[in-house]
Design a protein. Structure first.
Length: 267
């Protein structure tokens, strides 16, 4: 695991909630200095991703049992707000990827989560509402014959994607919606993100064609809305018992809280 280093004394600092917020604050001038590069790329530069990795800010909502920080929700808010003071796109990307990473840890059974977080490949993007999608039941899972989803923020930097799909019974009747966990190699980025606001968030549309998703990688909405999460191994951890929809909606506000603060007030 990476460590946080004091830039003045070069001393290794313990990874505490306070230091995570301080690390985010220290990135504000750097993030602002890269604003032009970020706008041109329409996603975060590799140098910014490296800074976020070095300071472990992608690890905030990763369970400790998988090498993450499993920080408090308040710390997560404070970190994203601080990043928003430097660059709204960086704050948005961290917030959205962290939220979907939380979903990857929470909505699926242990053996699926074990695989998802193995080898440090845990960054997860997500879009729950499809633009259009065609699925059918297959033996042991669902085949996504074709589909597209808009506003897949941070997907350029993700290892996994969680995409919303309809679930039909054998007779072809709609019975539920599901959150399908898919490896990023099976997702096509359409690169149609060209905006003014949050330009660097890389919120491109994505497409999937002929991808089979096993049942164990599909979290049914009817269960998740009841907080009936499959991650029974994390059931005693408060962070992974949050109500899904309130958390996913509320975290969208955090970047804006930072963006409205005076940019010159770095520290």
């Amino acid at each position: 695991m990476t460590v946080i280093v004091d830039k003045v004394t070069s001393q290794v600092l313990p990874t505490t909630d306070t230091n995570l917020v301080a690390a985010a604050t220290s990135l504000i001038p750097t993030l602002r200095s890269r604003s032009s590069e970020t706008d041109v790329l329409t996603r975060l530069p590799n140098s910014t991703i490296a800074d976020l990795e070095k300071t472990q800010l992608f690890d905030m909502l990763v369970p400790k049992m998988y090498g993450g920080l499993q920080c408090s929700l308040r710390t997560f808010v404070d970190v994203v707000v601080e990043l928003g003071r430097g660059d709204g796109s960086a704050a948005w990307t961290v917030a959205l990827l962290s939220g979907s990473t939380w979903m990857a840890a929470t909505l699926y059974p242990k053996h699926v989560v074990d695989e998802t977080f193995s080898g440090g490949r845990f960054r997860t993007a997500g879009v729950l509402a499809p633009r259009k999608v065609k699925t059918r039941r297959a033996d042991g899972g669902v085949l996504i014959e074709e589909g597209s989803w808009s506003f897949n923020s941070g997907v350029h930097h993700a290892h996994w994607d969680i995409l919303g799909i309809p679930i039909f019974d054998d007779a072809g009747q709609f019975i539920d919606s599901g959150s399908a966990l898919i490896e990023i190699s099976q997702v096509t980025l359409l690169n149609d993100w060209d905006t003014i606001g949050l330009r660097g968030s890389g919120s491109t549309s994505v497409a999937v064609k002929d991808v089979f998703v096993p049942n164990e990688r599909i979290a049914l909405l009817s269960k998740t809305l009841q907080e009936d999460y499959a991650s029974t191994h994390l059931r005693d951890q408060q962070l992974y018992r949050l109500a899904l929809v309130p958390f996913l909606v509320t975290k969208l506000v955090f970047p804006a809280l930072g963006m409205q603060r005076p940019p010159s007030n770095y520290f």
